[in-house]
Design a protein around this ligand. Structure first.
Ligand SMILES: Cc1cc2nc3c(=O)[nH]c(=O)nc-3n(C[C@H](O)[C@H](O)[C@H](O)COP(=O)(O)OP(=O)(O)OC[C@H]3O[C@@H](n4cnc5c(N)ncnc54)[C@H](O)[C@@H]3O)c2cc1C
Ligand code: SF4
Length: 478
């Protein structure tokens, strides 16, 4: 522990965000960077707790007190090495993780946690700038071949770990670039895509083979892949969006959030988007249905596109400002979150159900909503509508951001007849193995829609299981 009294002497100092008027004019990252001296002082606030609850809260088991201490002492290289020992991509989590570690930090009892996430991104960015992060190909190859299907954070982490273990790994991706939701879902103002390309370059130099634009189950059969590799890891994501099949759903101007977000990321990257299919919020009254992260990303994107107004509605009640008694520290706080996008100008409403969409000449103009209440029946919540509360909200662009139900079943999963669990995600056993011989699964495809940090943790876990499996099996003859 660097400074035993650091947490008493130094106050919490987050880096802060670019001013709203400046950042809404572009798609560059919103969050600023603290100078190195202040960052090291922030690290000195870590108390190196006997029981580091931050570590308990972190899905990738980051060694938080250890790298905070190294950071405080100015050992950026050591801090980066310690960080990378548990997390392949701290540059992603350091930018966009909701930081369950900070929720669990002992200093969060006083609502002034160590700035763990910001410290993390500062360490990895300094390490890249100083050239500490270099390609480190494995010294020997095992002769075993692994196919990883899907290149989101789960697939990237699994591929990276397996390649480092000496296996020959091919990463298949149906889109033209790797990254999954990191590239095509999460807006550039939260995560710039240079970070993905920079990491990919290192992974390729280390020997990873990347094959983009190949939809497995369509361009090449799943069976061909299974027959030609010693093991397969499916990291397909959970891309089936939840729909709202109510009256008027078929009208123009109603889109899934992902279609809207993907287009903007593609435009920013100079990729092709058909003019006729372009979804734009410019000059429109935008209604986002769904109060989660995806909805918030739609808000920020719509504002940057020049929306006339942006409203976000949520069917669940407004969360409390402070932790409720049944949600104590060190658990993740289920409190009201105001994202940087919300700060940029958006009206938010809760406990609203959507009854129907209304419009003229096939184009939507309004959504009819009504207030609902939630009844707690011994921990089981049921929803009731409140009679006489229906009203119409003006909206000529409606974005459905109500989450994802499960992975897409058509294609690969159906072809290989992979067993699904009760929620229709890919069913895996304790070894992360699916019902298909030598096929494993990781990430949202098996857990349901989750977080980047969980996807990385899951990809690493699957890689460990695949590595043990490969040590016990003979190679395929090709
Ligand atoms: C808009 C949005 C914002 C989000 N913001 C955050 C955030 O701020 N912080 C956070 O922690 N999490 C966030 N998430 C969640 C996070 O992005 C996901 O949990 C995470 O990306 C899941 O990783 P994954 O690797 O399992 O799947 P994905 O990232 O979904 O990647 C799956 C990949 O598999 C490919 N694929 C699928 N089928 C095939 C096939 N048959 N052949 C070849 N390739 C295939 C897909 O094209 C895709 O590239 C957000 C999600 C969304 C939608
Ligand atoms: S809980 Fe907070 S103060 Fe304690 S070791 Fe973790 S980061 Fe440091």
């Amino acid at each position: 522990m660097g400074d035993p009294k650091g947490f008493m002497k130094i106050g919490i100092k987050p880096a802060g965000n670019r001013p709203v008027h400046e950042r809404t004019g572009d798609y560059s990252e919103v969050e600023q960077v603290l100078n190195s001296e202040d960052r090291m002082l922030q690290a000195s606030r870590c108390m190196d707790c006997g029981i580091p609850f931050c570590h308990w809260g972190c899905p990738v088991d980051n060694l938080i007190p250890e790298w905070n201490d190294l950071l405080y002492h100015g050992d950026w290289k050591g801090a980066s090495e310690r960080l990378h020992s548990t997390n392949n991509f701290p540059e992603f989590t350091g930018r966009i993780c909701p930081a369950p570690c900070e929720h669990s930090c002992v200093l969060n009892i006083e609502k002034k946690p160590v700035t763990i996430r910001e410290n993390e991104v500062a360490i990895v960015e300094r390490a890249f700038a100083e050239g500490y992060i270099k390609p480190a190909p494995p010294k020997e190859r095992t002769g075993k071949r692994v196919a990883v299907i899907g290149s989101g954070p789960a697939g990237m982490a699994a591929a990276d770990q397996l390649n480092k273990a000496g296996h020959t790994v091919t990463l298949f991706e149906k889109d033209e670039k790797i990254g999954g939701l990191l590239r095509y879902g999460i807006p550039d103002f939260k995560l710039n895509k240079i970070t993905i390309d920079r990491r990919l370059d290192i992974m390729k130099t280390e020997g990873l083979e990347v094959r983009t634009g190949i939809h497995v189950g369509k361009d090449i059969t799943g069976k061909e892949i299974v027959d030609s590799y010693d093991a397969v890891c499916m990291a397909l994501g959970a891309m089936q969006p939840r729909d709202l099949p109510i009256e008027g759903r078929e009208m123009d101007g109603i889109h899934f959030a992902m279609d809207f977000l993907t287009q903007q990321n593609r435009v920013n990257a100079g990729m092709y988007v058909a003019y006729d299919n372009r979804i734009t919020a410019e000059g429109r009254r935008v209604l986002v249905i769904g109060g989660g992260d995806t909805g918030s990303d739609c808000v920020g994107t719509a504002i940057r596109q020049g929306a006339k107004s942006v409203t976000q509605i949520e069917i669940m009640p407004k969360p409390p400002k402070d932790r409720a008694s049944e949600n104590p520290w060190p658990y993740y706080a289920r409190t009201l979150k105001t994202s940087t996008s919300h700060e940029e100008g958006c009206e938010r409403m809760w406990s609203l159900g959507t009854l129907r969409f209304i419009g003229m000449q096939r184009r939507v103009s309004h959504a009819e909503v009504e207030e609902v209440k939630w009844i707690n029946d011994n921990g089981r919540f049921t929803m009731e509508s409140i009679p006489g509360t229906s009203r119409q909200l003006e909206a000529d662009l409606i974005l459905l951001a109500m989450g994802f139900v499960h992975p897409v079943h058509e294609g690969l999963l159906e072809e290989l007849e992979i067993d699904l669990d009760q929620k229709k995600n890919v069913k895996v056993d304790q070894e992360m193995a699916t019902s298909c011989d030598k096929v494993f699964a990781a990430g949202d495809a098996m857990s349901g829609a989750s977080l980047v940090v969980n996807a990385i943790a899951s990809g690493r876990r699957a890689a460990r299981r695949i590595d043990s499996f490969l040590q016990k099996t003979p190679s395929v003859k090709i």
